[in-house]
Design a binder for this molecule. Sequence first.
Ligand code: SF4
Length: 195
Amino acid sequence: MNIEKLRKNLETKGYRTTYFETAQEAASYLNEEIDQVTVGMGGSVTIQEMGIYDSLSAHNTVHWHWAGGTVDVAAQAKVYLSSVNGIAETGEIINIDGNGNRIASMTYGHEKVYVIVGINKIASNYDAAIWRARNIAAPQNAKRLGVGTPCAERGDRCYDCNHPQRICKALSVFWMKPGMAGDVEVVIVNQHLGY
Ligand code: SF4
């Protein structure tokens, strides 16, 4: 894994990047950066594991549908936080969504977007990042949610199902930072976070 290559390619594609050795350091940084504003959060095990909902809520107004908020209000926040399902060292950012709120908010509507990435999300190239999003992130999320899809029992791989509870309904690829996305900062953490 080549984090310098990842950072360089992301910066060429219009993103800011920051790097932290630990989730705790990244959480401290985010608490310094994000203060006295409205914050929306996408569904994210990474965010959950970092525990930043509670710390940010102490000095911001935070909307998170995993903590009693709504996606509609989160979509109107000044700042938005999300993770990714895969990111390529060549700079492409991959997400799979069931509802589309996270993809929409990363693309448009917020002044600042923080994309938090544990090293387990990093793949060597575009094809590998797509593969990990479909065959690692999505099945493990299906397993977490306990849906009835064929991947959910073992979380082992994608079966490209047509199950009514399929969680993979939209795939987004950011080849570069979208023109009307806000200031997007990729926060890389040298730990495994989320799926
Ligand atoms: S498409 Fe279906 S089988 Fe594949 S990861 Fe998504 S929910 Fe699971």
